[in-house]
Write a protein that binds this ligand. Structure first.
Ligand code: S3P
Length: 455
């Protein structure tokens, strides 16, 4: 970032040559946050290889350090975290700043509730608008007390005072959210007996997998029938976690951007190495394959209890599809980039079940619809759905000099930059700073494949 205080607009132009080459994806954001938090709650020193050094994750690392864990970055990029043990975090001297990160604040509030901690938590403008009630309400049931200092109850900034000893709860999630599930399980580490979470619709299970890796007592039982599959997770609290070694796999949500760029580039052939495949994060791949995307998975292997593959992606002629609502949790972060693919496809794409998009880093449903309309694409936006009329090739692009508004949202920024590679007229975004929260080397890696960006 040249100057963090001022917006950094960027423009992309239509590709002159097909994308080519091979890149190694940065570490997964969800796993990186959890690596810092679980290592901080474990006994001993954990080693984390391949951590995503994006602003969001580093803010979580700083919070753990401020509460007594030791976090050290070695010269080779390995992070060593010496933990405090379950219930061992201590009150920080200053407010904890989570920047742009919903995952960072929501998971850390859970981890803190299981420890005797008082802490003030703040975030940036985007994070301060997002709902925290979905985690503070169950944490209050576990004994936490919250004071809200902002304009509305249930929003940052807030001060948490944890109970001396958390109470276990049996909680049914009202929304499909891995952050809420993880928050409660992390608080449950410090509670006696069994803390249970039931999700009516399964979400990413990285917390459960990593807790197992650290030696927690946790079990998961499938629930529900038909298309929507849920599960009940039970965790036995006050069980010590033991330090371990974590190899963070590449982030599928970041891989999504070069992948769609490759599919939209005529004659392209690119290879995306080291991408995690988790069944609860694979919705985008299902969609792109149904749309006719040429995507091959090779070299499947294991890392941090997850599967990892390399993808070979070729330029493809995409067709519009109907995306069912039950797929939404499996691709909750990928709708912005899927919408860009849909805008260039032949025919209509209908995306359903998008209500949660309204409470992400921005109101993503509105940001996608407004941005695509500015680029000359016909879009109909409903309360929780979007209909996109594909242009069967490049979109018209921005008709005047008004740039796309990114609303401090990294995924909106990257999505429209990818669309600009396949647009008659250039596409300009108003700000690119937030890309560093999740994909710090986005410009460098896209450049390796042949994309050009003008700042
Ligand atoms: C995440 C869960 C999802 C996702 C976010 C990361 C996680 O949020 O959008 O980027 O790491 O648990 P929700 O739990 O709000 O769906």
């Amino acid at each position: 970032m040249k100057n963090k205080e001022t917006p950094q607009p960027v423009t992309t132009e239509r590709l002159k040559a097909s994308l080519r080459g091979e890149i190694q994806l940065p570490g997964d954001k969800s796993i990186s946050h959890r690596s810092f938090i679980l290592s901080a709650l474990a006994v001993g020193t954990s080693k984390i290889h391949g951590l995503l050094e994006g602003e969001d994750v580093l803010a979580t690392g700083k919070a753990m350090q401020a509460m007594g864990a030791q976090t050290v970055r070695q010269a080779d990029g390995t992070w060593e975290v010496t933990g405090r043990g379950v219930s061992g975090l201590t009150s920080p001297d200053e407010a904890l700043d989570f920047g742009n990160s919903g995952t960072g604040i929501r998971l850390t509030l859970g981890a803190m509730t299981g420890c005797p901690v008082t802490a003030k938590c703040v975030g940036d403008e985007s994070l301060s608008r997002r709902p925290m009630g979905r985690v503070t309400e169950p944490l209050e049931q576990m004994g936490a007390v919250f004071e809200f200092h902002g304009v509305a109850r249930g929003q940052l900034p807030l001060t948490l005072t944890s109970p001396q000893r958390a109470l276990p709860i049996d909680y049914v999630l009202p929304v499909a959210s891995a952050q809420v599930k993880s928050c409660i399980l992390l608080a449950g580490l410090g509670a006696p007996g069994i803390t249970a979470v039931t999700e009516k619709q399964s979400t990413r299970d990285h917390t459960e997998r990593m807790l197992t890796l650290f030696g927690a007592k946790i079990s998961s039982t499938p629930e529900g029938k038909g298309l929507v599959k849920g599960r009940r997770i039970e965790l036995t609290g006050e069980t010590e976690l033991l330090a371990t070694t974590i190899n963070v796999p590449g982030d599928p949500s970041s891989a999504a951007f070069p992948m769609v760029a490759g599919l939209l580039s005529d004659g392209a052939e690119i290879r995306l190495n080291n991408v995690m495949v988790n069944p609860y994060r694979s919705g985008l791949w299902d969609c792109l394959k149904e749309m006719g995307g040429k995507i091959e998975e090779v070299n499947m292997r294991d890392a941090a209890g997850e599967k990892v593959v390399d993808y070979i992606v070729k330029g493809s002629e995409l067709i519009g599809i109907d995306v069912p609502p039950e797929r939404a949790p499996d691709m909750i972060d990928e709708f912005p980039i899927l919408a860009m693919a849909a805008a260039c496809a032949r025919g209509t794409t209908h995306l359903h079940g998008l209500a949660e998009l309204r409470v992400k880093e921005s109101d993503r449903l509105a940001a996608i619809a407004d941005g695509l309309k500015l680029c000359g694409v016909t879009v109909t936006d409903g309360e929780d759905d979007l209909v996109i009329e594909g242009c069967d090739g490049p979109v018209p692009g921005l008709q005047d000099n008004v740039p796309i508004t990114t609303h401090l949202d990294h995924r909106i920024a990257m999505s429209f930059l990818v669309l600009g590679l396949n647009s008659e007229k250039p596409i300009r975004i108003d700000d690119s700073r937030m890309i560093a929260t999740s994909f710090p080397n986005f410009f460098e890696l896209m450049g390796t494949l042949g994309a050009k960006f003008i700042s």
